[in-house]
Design a protein around this ligand. Sequence first.
Ligand SMILES: Cc1cc2nc3c(=O)[nH]c(=O)nc-3n(C[C@H](O)[C@H](O)[C@H](O)COP(=O)(O)O)c2cc1C
Length: 185
Amino acid sequence: MSKVIGIIAGSLRKESFSKKLAIAVRGMAPEGFDFRIISIADLPIYNQDFDDNNEVPEAYTVFRNEANALNGIVFITPEYNRSVPGVLKNVIDVGSRPYGKSVWDGKPAAIFSNSPGNIAAFGANHHLRQSLVFLNMPIMQQPEVYLPNVSDLFDDSGDIKDGSTKDFLKKAIDAYIAFFQKNSK
Ligand SMILES: Cc1cc2nc3c(=O)[nH]c(=O)nc-3n(C[C@H](O)[C@H](O)[C@H](O)COP(=O)(O)O)c2cc1C
């Protein structure tokens, strides 16, 4: 049976580069793997009362069930003010609760950060890494995936152009698959 890898892009923007990268990455799934884009668009902002008072929004239940079925996760994060966008932190928080029932626990992860700027969302990449360490997710160390100048990366139809960044992404996926094989339960 195929291993299922979720791809979570940390942006709701229609023309999001992170969402375009998610589509490109989905197309790079090797045989035996199902790469699945997980939508985070409908998740209300996390409020612990929802879980404590048994008033869990339907969107949380749908997401938690979907995430529980994943074997690993690739996070594609842009950067807001040198950290992860709120929508990405929100999905991390929603998935981490109720206490003891985290959907993230033990699942091998990779972080691909990107920006139209030169620093490639380094700050977001490492803030996200900090949360994933706490959530007990093994995280691919190498290669580190920082994608700068992403506004030049796509053609008019939104597809990733051939070139060194596309080649690097493929290598990063190969490395993640090898990492996944060693670290999945
Ligand atoms: C509130 C806000 C804060 C931002 N802060 C940063 C930042 O710290 N570093 C950076 O490289 N880009 C920053 N940007 C620019 C984003 O990289 C750019 O909008 C990018 O396209 C967002 O990702 P997306 O295309 O996946 O939506 C910021 C954008 C917004 C809206």
